[in-house]
Ligand binder design. Structure first.
Ligand code: HEC
Ligand code: HEC
Length: 339
């Protein structure tokens, strides 16, 4: 390691040196990212909160991934342009960069590829990419800031998604009570929470929910033992691979901040964490948990809430007279499509 990389890695290094036993556990602590481009992060933060990336001028990324509400909208499925009902539950953006891929079916490889989707999706922000980029190019404050950050004009979609993704990389939630326990603080968890973690491991939840994000590391079938009862038509990863074996295979969701990201499952049909845990035990592991076991597992899951994003609200550069105008009440011309 060169001197430079040692210095750069110090943040992470310090974190790891405080973990005596954590490395042996199937769940590892979350570490804040150490290699972000801070100018891109600040720009991406603005874009994340900017509703002018939507046709209506009303919907931002934060509308459906509200950073004051665990990075979700807490709705079964989202409300999109023209009050359209979304097809699937909005997953949290918190710690999303840790996942193997993005979306329930993993159809975007990473955050950057993902970010282009919702802007143009007619059921979400309904703003075609040309119009979105033209709007930003019509806002002098953005033109100046993009030029500073990317050393290039005009603004391109690639720069927009790059900046948003860089901001999202920072949405990591370290320092949960569970992480404090992993770091060696024995009193960070109660006996009940500890027992819940032991059950989470012994019952078999960790086979799928593991790693720093307690999920997000693999695609798995929902309903290994018994079918998941739903009226939602989503078929999962078969939509990406075309393989019949991938029917009802979804990306395993992160359980970080799970107390905040209700309602649960891809159809958002389950409101309580207790119910979600019982369903999982039954349909994935052929286990019926006692009320006491269920309470313990839920107590453990509640310790996974970490430090939430904490920053000053970004001030967005104002539109000017010739900035393209939003169309808040425009009907959608295109029928529903996946993003
Ligand atoms: C109208 C609601 C809505 C808006 C607006 C929206 N999203 Fe989403 N987002 C969703 C839904 C629903 C999904 C899941 C779609 C799927 O998996 O098929 C999703 C998925 C994601 C994911 C993947 C998370 C994971 O675990 O797979 C990320 C990241 C994300 N959105 C970021 C963004 C960003 C960045 C923006 C703004 C450019 C945005 N979203 C705008 C509803 C929305
Ligand atoms: C075989 C893999 C597997 C096992 C074992 C498993 N899960 Fe899951 N879990 C998944 C998948 C896949 C989903 C997403 C299912 C969906 O939404 O249709 C999920 C979803 C969840 C959710 C909802 C997350 C959200 O954000 O909507 C919770 C809570 C959960 N699991 C807890 C558990 C618990 C507790 C156990 C052990 C009792 C467990 N899981 C065992 C694969 C698994």
């Amino acid at each position: 390691m060169t001197l430079k990389s040692t210095v750069l890695a110090t943040g992470i290094g310090l974190w790891f040196t405080t973990i005596p036993s954590g490395a042996a556990e199937p769940i590892q602590p979350l570490t804040p990212p150490s290699d972000v481009n801070s100018a891109q992060v600040e720009l991406g933060k603005k874009l994340y909160f900017d509703p002018r990336l939507s046709k209506s001028g009303f919907i931002s990324c934060n509308s459906c991934h509200n950073l004051s509400m665990g990075g979700t909208d807490n709705l079964p499925t989202s409300v999109g342009h023209h009050w359209q009902q979304g097809p699937i539950n909005s997953p949290t953006v918190l710690n999303s960069g840790l996942s193997v891929a993005q979306f329930w079916d993993g159809r975007a490889a990473d955050l950057k590829e993902q970010a282009a989707g919702p802007i143009a999706n007619p059921r979400e922000m309904a703003m075609d990419h040309t119009a979105a980029v033209a709007t930003l190019n019509g806002i002098p404050g953005y033109v100046a800031e993009f030029k500073t950050v990317f050393n290039q004009t005009p603004i391109t979609l690639d720069q927009v998604t790059q900046a948003i993704a860089e901001f999202e990389k920072t949405l990591v939630t370290p320092n949960s009570r569970f992480d404090q326990w992993l770091a060696g603080n024995e009193t960070a968890l109660t006996a009940e929470e500890r027992a819940g973690y032991d059950l989470f491991k012994s019952v078999g939840c960790v086979a799928c929910h593991n790693g720093p994000a307690v999920g997000g590391s693999s695609f798995q079938k929902v309903g290994v033992i018994a079918p998941y009862q739903t009226t939602n038509p989503a078929e999962g990863r078969i939509a990406v691979t075309g393989k019949d074996a991938d029917r009802l295979v979804f990306k395993v969701p992160t359980l970080r901040n799970i107390a905040l990201t209700y309602p649960y499952f891809h159809d958002g049909a389950v409101q309580s964490l207790n119910d979600a845990v019982n369903i999982m035990a039954h349909i994935q592991l052929n286990r019926t948990l006692t009320a006491d076991e269920n309470a313990k597992v839920v107590a453990f899951l509640n310790t996974l809430t970490g430090d939430q994003p904490n920053f000053a609200l970004p001030q967005l550069p104002p539109s000017v007279a010739n900035t393209p105008k939003p169309e808040p009440f425009a009907a959608v011309d295109t029928p529903a499509a996946a993003h």
